[in-house]
Design a protein around this ligand. Sequence first.
Ligand SMILES: [Mg+2]
Length: 295
Amino acid sequence: MKSVNLKNKIFLFDVNHTLINTATGHLYAMKSMEQELIDNGIEKHKANSIIKHVHYITSLMIAGFLITNEKDWDGVPGGKKAYKEILSKISLHQKLINDKWGFIKKWSREVFLKIAADSVGVEIDNRIIKSVVDAHWHAITKKAKTFISAKILFKELKKHNIPIYLLTSSDGRLLFENGVFSYDPIYSEEFKKRRMEELRKEGLYFNDIIVGDPHDKPSRDYFKKGISTINKVLGRYVGSEDLVVVGNSFEDDLVVPISELGFGMGILVDETIKGAHIEGKIIRIDDLREIISLL
Ligand SMILES: [Mg+2]
């Protein structure tokens, strides 16, 4: 570890579960959405049913993301069949987006909300969808907890004047117009950037934020956008070997930058391991503060 010196590098940080924990805001976000529906004139019991359904859809989506062993579906209400049904509804709602962009924003809360409202038989328009989903994300932002280790590390990075870029996925903000969903990457990106700016209040600093709009992690295009953003902001060409990427997911944060784009170093934050060790271009640490000794 001693032979590694990262003082003159540029750091790119994944946000969720690397710098902050957003999981605690989930229930609060559901409550905020329910209140926003009520404020928009939806009857209380209907608003409650809609949000219960949004919660159910979200749980199924998380199960779909996490489950690797088919047997584990037995413990999920509705099981894999319900998950597949939700996926096909999501695809149907985003058919035009898929035709235009070649992908869909699977985690779009706008679409979850629309599916839930349909299931309760309540019509909602773009204005309601937008304000309710805004309420969801504002609640998540408000309740996000910045890790102490991140605050301490950023203080040290600042002392060394190290440039920092945040790497964060898209919120998948979609617009609902004339009965169909559409996607404007600038609209979606700007919303997420504004949300991330709140982190400055927590003592984090950064030169810019790279959001997964239009292309998201772990695509090559996403990380290439990161490189071109850095070159633009710093006003010079930066060699990819000077880039250090830090994240909690090997697949989403590190594989492409390290093995395809020649980044200098990848740091995996994994609480389950003890201490720090290095293997080739990957350093595994159990706490962000271990980076301080490498500066
Ligand atoms: Mg993460």
